[in-house]
Design a protein around this ligand. Sequence first.
Ligand code: NAD
Ligand code: UGA
Length: 466
Amino acid sequence: MENKFEKNICCIGAGYVGGPTMSVIASNCPELRVDVVDINEERIDAWNCNDFSKLPVFEPGLENIVKKCRGINLFFSNKVEECISKADIIFISVNTPTKKKGVGAGFASDLKWIESSARQIAKFARNHTVVVEKSTLPVKTAETIKTILNSSIESSDASLEEKNKTFSIVSNPEFLAEGTAINDLQNPDRVLIGGDDNYSINLISGIYKKWIDSHKIITTNLWSSELSKLVSNAFLAQRISSINSISALCEVTGANILEVAGAIGTDTRIGKKFLRPGPGFGGSCFKKDILNLVYLCRYYGLNEVADYWEQVVKINYWQQKRISALVIKNLFGTLSNKKLTIFGFSFKANTNDTRESPSINISKDLLQEGAKLNFYDPKVNQNQIFKDLNEREEEGNIFVYKDPYEAVKGADAVLILTEWNEFNYYNWENIYSVMRKPSWIFDSRISLEQNHLRKIGFKVWTLGTS
Ligand code: NAD
Ligand code: UGA
């Protein structure tokens, strides 16, 4: 059958990056065929589900794009080898978590999924293939990928067809944030493309130019592009750790963290964004990318630089710990036989992702103190909460509710751990009436109107205020 598309793209990895990114490319480039492949069959089945509300990634706007493109020029499948062999361009969007064991454990990125993708590409690609690093990677990973790809061509038993294969590598890190992924992909601040051959850089820029202004497309060498992604996340996380450290100082001095953030943020050199105090940053990337940066610095003997960045992660952990400690202190130093309700389990609002969510560590601390926990989150399902907390239903320590008003019955305290907008619209009088007294609200996201809650009768702790 004749291929009606100008070029074939294959994306390896149908996760939080691969799925939304490729959907937006397919939607803006009808002349391209986009195949998103994954080894996880359950995930692919969910991407192909007839019920669009059951896509594996929840992102505002994503459902409509998948509805428009799926089966037209956007395809999700497990046919990794077949799609690689047909592709002109291959995006690698696989996971790169922190290594759990071996050299660099706890800091370095585990590149085993990158390596296995590169080996599959080396084996199944044909003709000339542009390989795009979409995953976040340590500087110099492109060198490793190149070595793997070229070894297939240089191998003594390679066939003539294999010897005629060629590859080029481009780094094109992704800057989307979860919860706003579609908007970030449609209207990015910039697109970064690092490479060393003009054909590939122009090919990848050409895709983005279909909907993004040329002046937003930055091109650099490979290593600057790889490093800029890590540094970008490190700078963003550093701002959050900075403002969170000051939230603790506000609580003991009578200053108000929102007033301080507002006052410093109006200095255009500082800027207003990413100064929102909270229970510490979560998400799959900030911590792992900073730890990776720390590892790289130590590897190159830059120990002072490594220590500087590591502190951003340490303060983040401390912020979570101090919140659980002050909940325990305010509830008379003991949580045994107490019921606490957690509102919000995802790492931020408008996503179902719970990776590194501050709710996990804070909940674990409270469980350790003997509390029974009730959970309500608008998008996170029960199984995920049990899994993240390593709890089983029959142990009777945690309960997950679909109705927030059921989740608060008989509770001593409600903890706001994610800034879901709907919490602002709850009937807090009704909630107060069904809780045990004294009834506490611990608002780690500074979401709720504390004077209103106090008038109702609640005892209120709000982050960054005294
Ligand atoms: P994810 O875990 O949601 O998805 C990765 C997918 O890759 C998984 O479904 C996994 O099964 C699949 N996979 C792994 N090896 C494979 C192989 N050999 N063949 C086929 N499929 C394979 O991860 P994610 O959140 O999408 O992140 C992917 C990368 O993008 C990471 O490097 C991350 O740091 C980076 N990143 C993530 C975000 C984000 O918001 N999540 C934003 C920017 C960059
Ligand atoms: C972050 C970056 O913002 C993206 O640019 C990057 O592509 C992505 O990491 C990645 O590489 O994975 P993400 O983690 O999805 O995106 O979401 P953010 O909006 O950055 O929030 C991260 C965490 O910081 C959340 O827990 C959030 O609640 C917290 N946060 C964010 C604050 O506490 N205060 C703020 O002002 C902003």
